[in-house]
Design a protein. Sequence first.
Lengths: 314, 429
Amino acid sequence: MAEKKIVWTKKDLLGLEYLSKEEIELILYTAGSFKEVTTRQIKKVPALRGKTVVNLFYEPSTRTRTSFELAAKRLSADVVNIEIETSSVRKGETLIDTGRNIEALKIDIIVVRHNCSGAPMILARNVQARVVNAGDGWHEHPTQALLDMFTLKSKLGRIEDLKVSIIGDIAHSRVARSNIWGLTKLGAKVTVCAPKLLVPEGIEKMGVKVTTDISEALEGADAINVLRMQFERDGAMAFPSKLEYFKQYGITAERLSKCKKDIVVMHPGPINRGVEMSSEVADGKNSVILEQVTNGIAVRMAVLYLVAHTKEAA
Amino acid sequence: MSKQYLIKDGRVVDPANKINDIFDILISDGKIEKTGKNLNIKSGETIDAKGKIVAPGFIDMHVHLREPGREDEETVRTGSRAAVHGGFTSILCMPNTDPAIDNPAVVKNLKDIIAKDAVCNVFIAGAVTEGRTGKKLTDFDNLKSAGVIALSDDGSPTPDSMIDEALKRSMKAGLLLTEHCEVPRLSQGGVMNKGFISTKLGLKGISAQSEYEAVKRNIDIAEKLSARIHIAHVSCKESVEFIRQAKKKGVQVTTETAPHYFALSEECCATYDTNTKINPPLRSMADVDAIKAGLADGTIDVIATDHAPHTDSEKDVEFDYAPFGKIGLESALPVSVMELVDKKILSWDELIKKLSANPAKILGVPGGRLSKGDPADITIIDPDKEYILKKDIIESKSKNSPFIGWKVKGRISTVFVKGTIVMKDEIML
């Protein structure tokens, strides 16, 4: 990466709050080179040959785990998946013990998904292995935000000065928090839109505009990131019904017709069709949802590559 | 007959007797015999206190000793040693043990342990409800006869449905009720202060409202019944203001705060250090300022530590899973010196008053002053001594403190409990 002066000096990737603008740009730039690899006939480079990546998942997740697994394999790393049921863990081995035991197997990178906010940071403090946060509680999901930004940049050519609205359950969303940190650092103008009970206290101090009105969030937006509504948890109490949510906040073709013509529609998946957006929008021309999934591999390759090759700060 | 001691050339700071001057103190038969200039003894031991502050032994009215039931966290012996090491010669231990201190047999058992193991005066608070479950009041008169000096379900509030009756009965029994103020409905599931920082960290918040609504409830009931009540560990600005106004109206309310509420804020939770997980939680900077103002204007009577020992293995887990609480006995003085005296919030006299005379008066226990004939509970402080608060100097069995590793100022030098030296020249005997 001779073109970029900045080098990666961080042991771990725990969240976008903890990265500088330049570090985020370095990841996106590196992902650009790996994107090319994913389109080749032979989708594999030897960048992490001889390295071992462990996917340590305390929460079920097929898509993020698969994406990390493919990213690691395309870098020629060995991959092991460990899925732990949270309820049994609380009685048994602690997070730190599990981390140290995995490390004793002489592995290099732990990709961790955890239901508790902060768990990756606690783990990272206690192991020498690199730690990549694959989503922790309501805190951060940095690789999701990075792939969202990568997709946005490849669609619109820049992040700076874009108007991006994040719509949905902001209170319980790690995707929202990571996107807010990343987008604002790169100079985007971010609006969050949610029913009042799903707007967490003080969120405006993260540098975003807050609205409960969907038309305000859509007006003039260059892109929207529509979050999954999780009615199975606290969200259910905050909103009477799925249909009611769809009526007030659902992204429909009609609502989209009043937006910028080229508005980019993103969703971190899995989509609840007919709840946060209509099928017409999910499958429509503005949707980049499947491109996000594809880009996720390149972005995660970049992250794994960078943390595996941490340089001493100059 | 015990040995005679002469504490020489120290600055005696005894707010209850309005003394702040260089004096010598003569101790014999475990009691303070004389305070004056140029005293001498023929036999016995002379303690050179030049450059030091000689204060009444501190009294901590909020300590968790964990015995019986959680002797892996703390015992009467280790907890009382930690107390003396922090300058406290008397402590009040809370009844949230296992079993809870809710009947005379448990009180007697604990008193036996105290008689055998304690190196300072240990007073006992009894539970308000059986098993601290909030279902049935304990027998306050029986508890009093067994030797408890106060009542609390600390860790939990007395339920709304029982607080009236509990306060009436505590008044009748002549026992202080010290209330943990929390509305469980509002705090449920929370792990840190509710606000921007909890939002940023993705942690569930505990609102200030969950505390101050309970404070208000307790003040209203004390006013209605003309009873006195003590509010434990206040942490937020609204609580301070409610208590300030209540005192102006003449309500018999007293209160305490803990050093972490004026030295630390919610920002300390940013690294998910579970030693910063405390209930009530570390609050905002505005709350920290309000606590300091409440200490300065006398709204807050007492500095108590809420010493809450937990083992490393309990705390070395995810923030959500860690128990609430931190140890505090051995950091209270230096943290108070740095945050209150050095920052000119309190004078030395005022600080010592909140650590000794005020809690003695509220609890109705001996000590808190250095009058002739009083038991010689005396703490000698090296006010300018700077040191690192390292894990290995902590006497408490548990080391869960966010202050560990801090460079601090103000160290306990020598401590007398009932005329016996328990700590001398910074070394526990």
